[in-house]
Design a protein around this ligand. Structure first.
Ligand SMILES: [Ca+2]
Length: 218
């Protein structure tokens, strides 16, 4: 009898322990760490043959004309991304905020060529582009483009220029060339885009070349 009672008590202890542990494990197992926005971090030097799944081509007017290809630029011994028509390629995460995007850009003929930040969709984003010997900061909102600022910037079609677009809350800054100071600053107090993906853009009918895309959190 003593032996049976001992086994009974032992079973009870084991059952209670299992129940306690089970409850604890259940609670812990169901607990998932809260999802946090991914930190803006991205780079691409295009040293491959295909653009790949990280980039999405976005076009406004002529979808069949969108053509983005990785080609060898012998003049700088590097593979670069080129476009033969109007369009943009988009990468990154919609939750990215407070970052800058930069790239080397070579305009061809009379391109409007540059960078996109805080991309929501093809009708809503910021851009910094080279156009007509100027650096221009634009906002596309609801499909309508507005110039937020511009600065003279002399460039040729035979070399690459460093372009940078920075978004820090509602504060925007656009850079071109080797200088460390922004050529354009602007505070967007009118429905600012505080986060969004990055992109590269080029107007029709010209061609542009891009290399060494970099995104860094501020
Ligand atoms: Ca490259």
């Amino acid at each position: 009898m003593k032996k049976l009672a001992g086994i009974g008590i032992l079973c009870l202890i084991v059952l209670m322990t299992l129940a306690g542990c089970g409850g604890g494990n259940g609670g812990g197992g169901n607990e998932e760490s809260p999802s946090s926005p991914s930190s803006p971090s991205f780079s691409d030097n295009f040293e491959r043959n295909e653009l790949g799944a990280n980039w999405t081509v976005v076009v406004d007017v002529n979808p069949s004309g969108a053509k983005w290809e990785i080609v060898q630029d012998a003049s700088i011994s590097s593979k670069v991304l080129t476009t033969g028509s109007w369009g943009s390629v988009i990468a990154g995460d919609a939750t990215w905020a407070n970052y800058f995007v930069s790239a080397k850009v070579k305009p061809e003929i009379s391109s409007t060529i540059g960078l996109i930040a805080c991309f929501q969709d093809r009708d809503n984003y910021y851009s910094a582009v080279l156009d007509g010997q100027k650096l221009i900061l634009k906002k596309k909102y609801g499909g309508s483009a507005t110039v937020l600022g511009s600065s003279d910037f002399s460039y040729s079609t035979s070399q690459y220029y460093q372009i940078k677009l920075q978004v820090n809350g509602s504060a925007l800054a656009a850079y071109a060339g080797d200088g460390t100071d922004p050529l354009i600053t602007y505070t967007d107090n009118n429905n600012p885009f505080s986060s969004g993906k990055i992109g590269l853009t080029c107007s029709t009918p010209s061609t542009g070349f891009f290399d060494d895309v970099l995104v860094t959190k501020l």
